[in-house]
Design a protein around this ligand. Sequence first.
Ligand code: ZN
Length: 202
Amino acid sequence: MSAKILPIVQVGEPVLRQRARELTAKEIQSREIRELIRDMRETMYKAPGVGLAAPQIGRPLQLAVIEDKAEYMKDVPPDVIRERERRPVAFQVLINPRITLLDQGEAEFFEGCLSLTGFTAVVRRARAVRVECLDEHASPRVIEASGWYARILQHEIDHLQGTIYIDRMLPRTFMSVELMNKNWSKLPVQETLKQLDSSRQP
Ligand code: ZN
């Protein structure tokens, strides 16, 4: 059977606000979950996105897929890639992940979400993380990641706890992707934060 493209739910669906449940080793090896992983992978490629968590396709399970392809970086200016510490990440499956934020500073960048189509905001995140999880064969894995890879992991693992980037964003930086590209994408993030007066309280 070939892969199916699954509908991605938008913010407002209760499933995005639930804590997802863990999968057992037996479930991970079941045909249903193997097919779900295959379909999530194709759905992520089609979107396209660099990560997709099961709640985003309506399933409250501790399961996410990620991949950051070199081809996604073709049209991104080299200084942006460098600033974001973005490097290609091979396809991987994260099941029942536990994340530890490492003490290597924080980074502030715009990020978006396939469940909040058309919007973006600056989110402050740890620059480096350690993740313990199971892979698609139910084998334990430890991932040490930094830069953009660490950001993707934090974003996707947040989804499994019912957390969305808007819970962590600098609220005054929330905007449409279209207008971010038009007005802010050429500026260094720190300058954008200054102009938007991002630390101001209402
Ligand atoms: Zn997301």
